[in-house]
Every structure is written in structure tokens, then in C-alpha cells.
Design a protein around this ligand. Structure first.
Ligand code: TRP
Length: 336
């Protein structure tokens, strides 16, 4: 008899557990969602990888949101998840945000945004720092994206960066393009580089990677063939910048890059955007969406202010002198 009671209890507990687990799934009603949020709006932030530049965007976004009256833990709940560079994690994170019926998904960098857009056509998706949202298939129109998606872009011009390169290290004839061929954000900048090279009678040699463990080999393969290495705003190369810079410094080759953080991590120079400002702009768009604006009606925001960033320690390591006028013009110098 005692045994029967125990079995009955076990069955009841299992049923209760099962109903709890399935209650957290996709079939939750909006009332349920509001009940666990105590009326707070829920924002899911998904970031592809742990990287200073992406962290800067996120921190600046969260701070500006608080400035505008949306304080985490107060009237909103921010659930921040990092995919640690793993595509499968990205999908799982975004699915969780959608199943929990969050009010807004903020996706930092292109791979995160692509994952978020793949999971929902209803919940607003606000992407941040996506170099080429059109090429990445995030929006069909920059002015009027339509649907549930909009965001900010950190597009830079390879041409402008190469013009700066020619001022710092003149007589570049051959450019080594180092990037991850599966990152659409990189491909569009590389296409711009190729166009620049064609118009100026220069040669581009490509070395592509599929993950950060291949970067050292790819960078090394370029050093004997090129006058300079160019890396766009590539999530994979950015996370391996110290390795790139080590290889390039040894070969005394200047590395021009797409973002300030890549200069900080050893690249020689860039003409890049201001990421804290981009984070703030993303927050302003988030506020509009939280107030009920339709993302599809909001134009993608591109940054117009671009600045020079220089790494003087790298310059010293490869034995070049940065012209004074460029140093004066630079927004920031890293190194010594
Ligand atoms: N622009 C990148 C993308 O579209 C993301 C990004 C922003 C980034 N800042 C960066 C990547 C700095 C590397 C380094 O995915």
C-alpha cells in the first residue's frame, strides 16, 4: 500500500514538472508573459562573441537606455546572452527570446542579427553595428525596411581606409585581404576594396578563414606576397587581432583595419566610426520601438562621423613614422 502511495506521488510530481516545463514553451499566452515580468518590458540582447568593440556597443546601449528612463531591473528587464562565437548558440539564444515572448530583441553584429531575424517575424528585432544590412539579408530597403526589423550600421569605406594607408605607407602595390568569407559584413567591404584596387591599378591577394584558429596561418601566407594587409570589420579576424599583429610586425608589414578596437589590438590604423555613439543611436531607436513604433517604418541608421585611429606602438614595431598631420588629425592613438 505504502508503495502504491509513493508511486502515486511520483506520478503527480512528474506531471507537475512536465506541465511546468511545457508552460515555459512557445504556447505561452501574452497574459502569462506579463505575469512573470510583473509588467516590465523584456529586452533580449544577443551578442555573437566577447569582444571589446561589441562590449562597448552593448554597454553604451544599456547606459543610454537608462538615461532615457529605461533602467534594467527597474521598469525593464535586460537578458544579455553571448554566443561565444558559436552559430548554434546564437540560434538557441534567439529561440529562447522568442519562446519567452520578449518585447524586443537587440542583436549585436551581423551573425546575431541573422539568427534573430531567422527566428521571428513578429517580435521587433533591432540590429546594431551591422556593416551591410542589405547584403546580409536583414532588410530589403535601408530607408523603409518593412517587417519587424531595423537597426544601425557601422559601414566604413575601404577606399577611405586605403587612402589613409597610402598617406602613411606610400607606394602600396599589393594588398592582402584577410577576412572570414562567410561573414557578409566583410564581403561587402572587400568588394569595395577590390573596386578601389582596380581603379588605382593595385592588386588584391585574398586569404580567407572560416574560424579564428585559421587566422595565424592565413596571415602568415600573406606576408611574403603583399605590401600591406587589410582586414574589414570582421568578427573572426577582430577576435584574433593580437595574432595578426604579431605575424605582421615580425614581417614589418602594416595592417590596416576596419574598426578602432582592431587598431587598439595591434592594427596600424583605420578610418572608423565611433562605437559608443553607435550604441547610443541604437538605444534611441529602441526607445521609439518600446513606445510602439513599428521597426519596419524606421530607416536603418548609418554613422556619418568617421575618425582616424592610429597605433603608435605598431608603427614603431614595423619601423615607420606616422606623419605629423595624420597624428594631429587622429581622434585617438593607442600604444606608447
Ligand atoms: N560590423 C560587424 C558586423 O556587421 C560587427 C562589429 C562591430 C565588429 N564592431 C566590430 C566586428 C569590431 C569586429 C570588430 O558583424
Amino acid at each position: 500500500m505504502k508503495k502504491l502511495v509513493r508511486v502515486a506521488i511520483l506520478v503527480c510530481v512528474s506531471m507537475l514538472l512536465f506541465s511546468l516545463v511545457s508552460g515555459c514553451g512557445a504556447n505561452k499566452t501574452p497574459q502569462d508573459a506579463n505575469a512573470d515580468q510583473e509588467g516590465k518590458l523584456k529586452i533580449g540582447i544577443v551578442q555573437i562573441v566577447e569582444h571589446p568593440s561589441l562590449n562597448t556597443i552593448r554597454e553604451s546601449f544599456v547606459n543610454e537606455l537608462a538615461e532615457k528612463g529605461y533602467q534594467d531591473g527597474d521598469n525593464i528587464i535586460i537578458d544579455y546572452q553571448n554566443a561565444q562565437g558559436d552559430q548554434t548558440n546564437l540560434k538557441t539564444i534567439c529561440q529562447k527570446f522568442v519562446n519567452n515572448q520578449y518585447d524586443l530583441i537587440v542583436a549585436i553584429a551581423t551573425p546575431s542579427a541573422q539568427a534573430a531575424v531567422g527566428e521571428t517575424k513578429d517580435i521587433p528585432v533591432l540590429f546594431s553595428a551591422c556593416t551591410d544590412p542589405l547584403e546580409a539579408g536583414l532588410v530589403r530597403n535601408m530607408e523603409k525596411p518593412g517587417g519587424n526589423v531595423t537597426g544601425t550600421s557601422d559601414a566604413v569605406s575601404a577606399e577611405k581606409i586605403m587612402e589613409l594607408a597610402q598617406r602613411i605607407t606610400p607606394n602600396i602595390k599589393t594588398i592582402g585581404a584577410l577576412y572570414n568569407s562567410s561573414e557578409t559584413n566583410s564581403i561587402s567591404v572587400i568588394n569595395n576594396l577590390k573596386e578601389y584596387a582596380k581603379n588605382n591599378g593595385l592588386t588584391v591577394v585574398e586569404a580567407t578563414v572560416t574560424n579564428s584558429s585559421e587566422v595565424q596561418q592565413a596571415a602568415t601566407s600573406l606576408t611574403s606576397k603583399v605590401d600591406t594587409i587589410f582586414s574589414p570589420i570582421d568578427n573572426t579576424i577582430a577576435s584574433a587581432m593580437p595574432v595578426v599583429s604579431q605575424v605582421a610586425n615580425k614581417a614589418k608589414i602594416p595592417v590596416y583595419v576596419g574598426a578602432d578596437s582592431m587598431v587598439k589590438d595591434g592594427g596600424l590604423a583605420t578610418y572608423g566610426i565611433n562605437y559608443p555613439v553607435l550604441g547610443q543611436e541604437t538605444a534611441h531607436m529602441a526607445v521609439e520601438i518600446l513606445k510602439g513604433k513599428n521597426p519596419g517604418d524606421m530607416a536603418v541608421k548609418t554613422m556619418t562621423d568617421i575618425d582616424i585611429y592610429i597605433n603608435t606602438a605598431t608603427a614603431q614595431a614595423i619601423g615607420i613614422t606616422i606623419p605629423d598631420d595624420i597624428l594631429k588629425e587622429a581622434a585617438q592613438t593607442f600604444g606608447n
